[in-house]
Structures are given as structure tokens and as C-alpha cells.
Design a protein around this ligand. Structure first.
Ligand code: NAP
Length: 260
């Protein structure tokens, strides 16, 4: 590992994002991480564990412009480059049906802000800050890898996950647009992680029993009871390898599953 690897990870406080930070710290000793999330205590814990020379904590809501600016400027000021971003922060709620009487449209818009528009805005700000455009750079000048955490329900209707699945379908297409506009200056891929043992799964089991049809709900409960939920550390390895080693041509701009 001779190059610089300064990586921004959103939603880094818990679950899959936290596992990504830990994986990079443990497996890639020359890499640094800017960890973005709202939970200050969890971010402080990462800095305490791995040291402020390798972890920069940015506490804030990812939909807020100043959080994006702090992450981008903070990374550049501290380490001088941004070589990859993993857009991992995500929201599942509202879990509802179109036929529900009080479909939470404002909640669905908020979900789109977190899961989709924050990524569009962050990417736009990043490209402008780094001077990335097809006119100004040649392929060999750039080394930016963008990984977006998607889901299997971005490609098929999964009961109750209308807002969530739609927002993740939108990020799949966002990757295709990054590819269409900027390949090979920027590489991007949208990766579904499978069903992972995080707070999101706890929420599905504990909060959404009555919000989704019984056979779908039972599927999630059965995965948990049979110990088949994926360990976040096992899944995180794939995302970290993509952001550090670079996204291969054959998946650039595409949606793929983590174990494909
Ligand atoms: P999680 O444990 O609930 O973690 C979600 C992360 O997103 C937290 O670190 C949270 O941090 C952050 N976050 C949420 N809203 C945010 C906001 N407004 N601003 C900044 N950070 C925000 O869930 P997870 O399973 O690890 O989810 C990670 C990603 O995997 C998501 O994109 C999710 O859609 C995707 N995914 C998960 C599964 C699964 O089975 N778990 C399956 C498919 C896809 P703070 O609360 O500290 O802000």
C-alpha cells in the first residue's frame, strides 16, 4: 500500500458503517478515515480506540450542508486528499403501504433526503471542491472511488419498504450517472449488503411487526432465530476492499450484491 488512502464513511457510528471504520483501521494501516454520524459518543469512541491521527470524527446530520463541508474540508485539511467515500448512512422508516390511510409522505421525503439527496449534494460538492470534471482532468489524474450502500429491495418490491426501496433504486441509478459522466476519472458502485445484524434489523423485528405482511416479517425473524443474519465485520471487508483497492471495470457504475 504505497498510495494515500483517505476515506470518508457516512453513518460510521453504528452497524455496518462502524464495522467499515474498524476494518480499515485493522486491515489497512496506512489508511485514514473521516467518520460521519450524529452520535458524538460513538464517534468519540472510535477516536479513542484508533487515535486522532487516523480517525477524524465529524458529528452532524448528513443532510445538512455544513456537515458535508466539515467532512470534505476537514479531510483535506488533515490529510491533503480524499481518495474514496462510502455512502453508508441510511434510514428505513417510514415502513408503510400505499393503501394506508395516513401514508407519511413527509417521512418519506425525509428518508429520501438522508438516503438519496444527501449523496447527490455531497458528491456534487466533492467534485467541485476537488476540481473533478471531464474537461479538466485526465483519467490517470484521478483516484476517487465512491461506494454506495444499496439493498436487495432496490430492485424488487419488498412489502412495506416503498420509500426505502425507491430511494435505494435511485442511488443505483446515481452510480450509473457518475459512470456516464466521469468514468474513468471517478469510479462508483452501488452494493447491497444482504441481511446484516445491525440496529436496522432490530427495528424490523421490534417495531414493524404490524407494518409488514406476516410472511415477510417472519422471514426476518427466522433469519435472526436461525443465526443467519450476516456479521457486519464480514460484509464490511468487501466495501473496504472496493474503496481501497479500487472499483474494477466490470462493476463500475453498476448495482451488485456484496457477495457477487
Ligand atoms: P444502523 O445500525 O441503523 O446504522 C445506520 C447508520 O446511519 C448509523 O451510523 C446512523 O448514525 C447513520 N445515520 C442515519 N441517519 C443519519 C443522518 N441523518 N445523518 C448522519 N448519519 C445518519 O443500520 P445499518 O444496517 O448499519 O445500515 C447501514 C446501511 O446499510 C444503510 O444504508 C442501510 O440502508 C443498509 N442496509 C442494511 C441492511 C441490513 O440488513 N442491516 C440491509 C440492506 C441495506 P447516527 O444515528 O449516529 O447518525
Amino acid at each position: 500500500m504505497s498510495k494515500k488512502y483517505n476515506i470518508i464513511i457516512t453513518g460510521a457510528s453504528k452497524g455496518l458503517g462502524r464495522a467499515m471504520v474498524e476494518t480499515i483501521m485493522l486491515k489497512y494501516p496506512k489508511a485514514n478515515v473521516t467518520a460521519v454520524a450524529r452520535s458524538q459518543a460513538d464517534l468519540n469512541d472510535l477516536v479513542t480506540k484508533f487515535g486522532s491521527s487516523r480517525v477524524l470524527a465529524i458529528c452532524g446530520d448528513i443532510t445538512v450542508k455544513s456537515t458535508m463541508e466539515d467532512a470534505i474540508n476537514g479531510t483535506l485539511n488533515k490529510w491533503g486528499s480524499i481518495d474514496g467515500v462510502i455512502f453508508n448512512a441510511g434510514l428505513l422508516s417510514p415502513v408503510q403501504h400505499l393503501h394506508d390511510q395516513n401514508y407519511d409522505i413527509e417521512g418519506a421525503k425525509r428518508l429520501f433526503d438522508v438516503n438519496y439527496f444527501s449523496i447527490v449534494q455531497f458528491t456534487n460538492m466533492l467534485f467541485n471542491k476537488l476540481g473533478i470534471s471531464p474537461r479538466e482532468m485526465k483519467g490517470e489524474d484521478a483516484n476517487l472511488n465512491i461506494i454506495i450502500v444499496s439493498t436487495g429491495s432496490s430492485t424488487r418490491a419488498c412489502d412495506g419498504f416503498l420509500a426505502y426501496g425507491s430511494s435505494k433504486a435511485a442511488v443505483n441509478l446515481l452510480c450509473a450517472h457518475i459512470h456516464q459522466e466521469l468514468y474513468p476519472i471517478v469510479r462508483s458502485v452501488s452494493v447491497a449488503p444482504g441481511v446484516v445484524d445491525t440496529n436496522m434489523q432490530i427495528d424490523i423485528r421490534n417495531q414493524y411487526k404490524d407494518a409488514i405482511i406476516p410472511e415477510v416479517y417472519q422471514k426476518y425473524v427466522d433469519l435472526y432465530n436461525s443465526g443467519k443474519l450476516l456479521n457486519p465485520m464480514d460484509v464490511a471487508v468487501v466495501y473496504c476492499k472496493l474503496v481501497i483497492d479500487g472499483i474494477p471495470d466490470e462493476v463500475d457504475g453498476k448495482y451488485v450484491r456484496w457477495n457477487e
